[in-house]
Design a protein around this ligand. Structure first.
Ligand code: ADP
Ligand code: MG
Length: 266
């Protein structure tokens, strides 16, 4: 069975793409088959895995808007994961899909077409709450929210959770919030911990452990076209992502929540 996880936060620079690439590589190390889907027109995930979007003739854009077979577009990467790449063309997808019936279901349809070929599908969402993010949430079993705890960056969390709530009501009853993942985390300061605790309490969210430490190693990985798990194998950042991946595997094995039935009348 495929577990589909959306990595979402409408704020940019919170390590969504880094998390998708690193967790993908960590899950592959654990022997799982993994597909990463780049849903950001900026194509940072595609680029960071060593693929130049400008060299691509087809991308996730054609898969979503023209029904191109995803297996014709998927690329095997050196990190041991498959990638459904993006190009700047995807910027048009929001507009192209806006007038389409069933647009919220386009990503879900693609994953269904893959027919369980992967243990995990990780969706790298763009920094907005537009059509592509809603389509990702509609396709997902769970959503993971990377959060930078350095600043009061959580103002957007409420908005994201409102979107999740709407998705659950209208397009995907089984969507669960798997929790916030603290990223760019500086454990030496009490401030980070305080911010994290405040957010978890305010929104009653689980915190996915361990926090991902802030380290310069992450800046080097994308230029090498590999994730930090390959460029800096034993760094603290790589180790943290391996532990998070192991925790996600455990979580995926838990029985899934059923859509709530109305309480029985007495
Ligand atoms: P997003 O996809 O949310 O916009 P990115 O994954 O692109 O965020 O990360 C934004 C920037 O932060 C990138 O330059 C990335 O290399 C850097 N970065 C990500 N995680 C870390 C970390 N743990 N420590 C230091 N830099 C990081
Ligand atoms: Mg990104």
């Amino acid at each position: 069975m495929t577990t589909t996880l959306a990595i979402a936060n409408q704020k940019g620079g919170v390590a969504k793409t880094t998390t998708v690439a690193s967790l993908g590589a960590a899950l592959a190390e654990l022997g799982h088959s993994v597909l990463l889907v780049d849903l950001d027109p900026q194509a940072c995930l595609t680029f960071s895995l060593g693929i130049d979007p400008e060299d691509l003739e087809v991308s996730v854009h054609q898969v979503l808007t023209r029904g191109t077979d995803p297996t014709e577009v998927v690329i095997a990467t050196e990190d041991g994961v498959d990638l459904l790449p993006a190009t700047i063309e995807l910027a048009r997808a929001e507009a192209d899909l806006l007038t389409r019936t069933g647009r919220e279901h386009v990503v879900k349809g693609v994953i269904e077409d893959l027919d369980g070929a992967y243990d995990w599908v990780l969706l790298d969402c763009p920094p907005s709450l537009g059509v592509l993010t809603v389509a990702a949430l509609t396709a997902a079993d769970g959503v993971l929210v990377p959060l930078q705890c350095e600043t009061l960056s959580h103002r957007g969390v409420g908005q994201l959770l409102d979107t999740v709530h709407d998705v659950r009501r209208f397009t995907n009853k089984r969507l669960e919030v798997w929790g916030v993942l603290p990223t760019l985390y500086d454990g030496r300061t009490n401030h980070s911990r305080t911010v994290l605790e405040t957010i978890a309490e305010t929104y009653s969210l689980d915190v996915v452990e361990p926090p991902i430490p802030k380290t310069i190693k992450f800046a080097e990985a994308p230029a090498a076209g590999r994730s930090i798990l390959a460029t800096s194998r034993s760094s603290k950042g790589a180790q943290a992502y391996r532990k998070v991946a192991a925790n996600l595997v455990e979580r995926a094995a838990r029985p899934r929540a059923r859509a709530k039935k109305p309480a029985a009348r007495r």
